[in-house]
Design a protein around this ligand. Sequence first.
Ligand SMILES: C[S@@+](CC[C@H](N)C(=O)[O-])C[C@H]1O[C@@H](n2cnc3c(N)ncnc32)[C@H](O)[C@@H]1O
Length: 354
Amino acid sequence: MDLPSLRKKPTYAVLLSALQALEVKPNSWNKSTAAESSLVSDEAVVQRFLMSIIASDLEWIPESTDIGGEFLTALEQKELLVDLASRRVAERCGRSAMPEMTRTWVIPASSNLPEIKFDIREPPLTGDNLGLKTWGTSYVIAKKLENFGIQYLDHFFTKSIVSRSGTSKRSLQSGAKVLELGAGTGLVGIAAGAVWGAEVFLTDLLDIADNLLFNVEKNAPTVGEFGGHISCGVLDWREPNQALEIVPVKKFSILLAADPLYDDDHPALLANVVEKFLQDDEGSRALIAIPIRDNATRALSEKLSNLMAENGFLVDCSGEEICQDDWEASNGPEVKLLWTFWKRTIISKSTTEN
Ligand SMILES: C[S@@+](CC[C@H](N)C(=O)[O-])C[C@H]1O[C@@H](n2cnc3c(N)ncnc32)[C@H](O)[C@@H]1O
């Protein structure tokens, strides 16, 4: 695609269409549309074009233009173009420069379920609030949940319920509750609610809680259509006892944690929280998914595995996927994603006697 030259005084419509074509769409959003963002291969040319629009007074734009029956003043046209150019620059600067946005995540239809869409809000990233972004791991895991339910959690499912389409659907037994740790924007827990027809409690740090609540409320009707229920609250791994007052049950049958390790203290904190909140029985499972971005995350992952083993947990099953984060300088590298279902080996005496 050739970008219009400002020297030739292009019209509002020409500039608008060029700016729309330059949108950078994230990888995990939709692979096929990501390719559209590379219409112009030389990013330096794109950056110059965008900055020239922002810097120009676009004085050739007429006082009033009819845009599909709507009249825009010259000022309105210039503001729209400069806003869009600024957004395109922000997209190219990395996710942290992006304004708030809502992204639609699609779980493709299967033989048992229709396509399910979730709208997930991401505020602008501030500081190190990583939970305000939806990470590649969570989308990979969300798409695998149905299969995980059939293969590794079958003992928790009732045979079927009637879904909105009138077809039968597997559903998690009402007694089997799900807890998500470090839910971030909530994609995995919300998807589990719908795909498994499950009651899910999503948790994260206090700073992340408002946005998580927004996404839970926004997607609760969709989850409800599939027989599930979602709610959320604060569970800081450093102070797990404080969460005891707000969690719906003290022990959960299934724990979920996607991309939870990035600090040295995370493996010990997470292993402790899993020990505290996972039901004391043979059937309960903790699904932990870790993207191995570098040697540091590999070391954190190994540390977690050792601590889980020390706490009396065993790998029930595990596997690998490929995931990719977006909004890095030019889309993040593909990384290996390790997922593991942990189960207890030592069941406490009080539980076995009950
Ligand atoms: C890389 S993000 C992953 C978020 C989400 N699971 C996803 O995959 O999109 C790590 C998450 O762990 C959360 N987290 C970090 N430390 C935590 C702690 N002490 N207690 C609870 N959550 C924590 C962060 O707030 C963040 O939401």
